[in-house]
Ligand binder design. Sequence first.
Ligand SMILES: Nc1ncnc2c1ncn2[C@@H]1O[C@H](COP(=O)(O)OP(=O)(O)OP(=O)(O)O)[C@@H](O)[C@H]1O
Ligand SMILES: [Mg+2]
Length: 271
Amino acid sequence: MIEIRNLTKIYPATGSSPMVRALDQVNLTIKTGDIFGIIGLSGAGKSTLIRCINLLERPTEGEILVDGLDVAKLNAHDLRAFRSRFGMVFQDYNLFMQRTVARNIAFPLEIAGVPAAQRAARVTELLELIGLSDKANAYPAQLSGGQKQRVSIARALATHPEFLLCDEPTSALDSLTTTSILNLLSDINQKLGVSIIIITHETSVVRRICRHMAVLSENRILETGAVSDLVANPQSALTRQLLKLEQTVAEDAADAFDALDAFEAEVHAYE
Ligand SMILES: Nc1ncnc2c1ncn2[C@@H]1O[C@H](COP(=O)(O)OP(=O)(O)OP(=O)(O)O)[C@@H](O)[C@H]1O
Ligand SMILES: [Mg+2]
């Protein structure tokens, strides 16, 4: 289980750029075995949040506990072992263009010092999992976007991580390819028991594979819970908008009255 408590991340000012409070007092619990979606507008802090979870970014304040372990207290040696519990997948694949598919997948195993024979066996297994056994010796430039993302997922899984952190993994793919990648992620979750945290701006991704989700807005959690609950009973207009839920005319009117009430309250405060 990942417990995030009062997490604040500030990027300090540099040169001409002012400091940015990318996350502000974020609280979130992600259960082991879940597929957890994070949605929010651009700049809300989604990537920062998942980068803090595996300590690619150091939190400014707050705690992150992974199975009760306070990650801030890890020393350099433990940090390496800790990071190997996470695999990461990105929108633009981040494959090594000079390496074949097999050698891309083998890369984390090389870093971890796994002997060649074991590496080869693991790569064969992963190529089967992603359905690309015939592409072992191809180069990334010879693959479609969907195939590249499969290779990137295989590479992320090479060292048997417990968590897969996916930052907009299907945003560059067409809808059919998106479906095949979502099916693969679903299989990985169910068959291998890997917990998945997935950032997306596509409502279909959340609604098709996530069991729980959080909505981030301007560096804070707006709401979090079971996807079915948020779809059935969204607490905010942003959630409704991001999940592309139909808003009834009555709700439109209610929102307009709420806005008017808020405006009047503000005017009264001035008087
Ligand atoms: N390394 C960095 N240094 C300084 N500021 C940063 C850095 N990374 C992100 N930010 C800022 O932090 C805020 C949150 O950025 P983040 O990348 O987490 O947002 P996001 O929700 O992932 O957005 P998008 O949907 O566009 O990917 C933004 O204002 C961004 O400019
Ligand atoms: Mg991002």
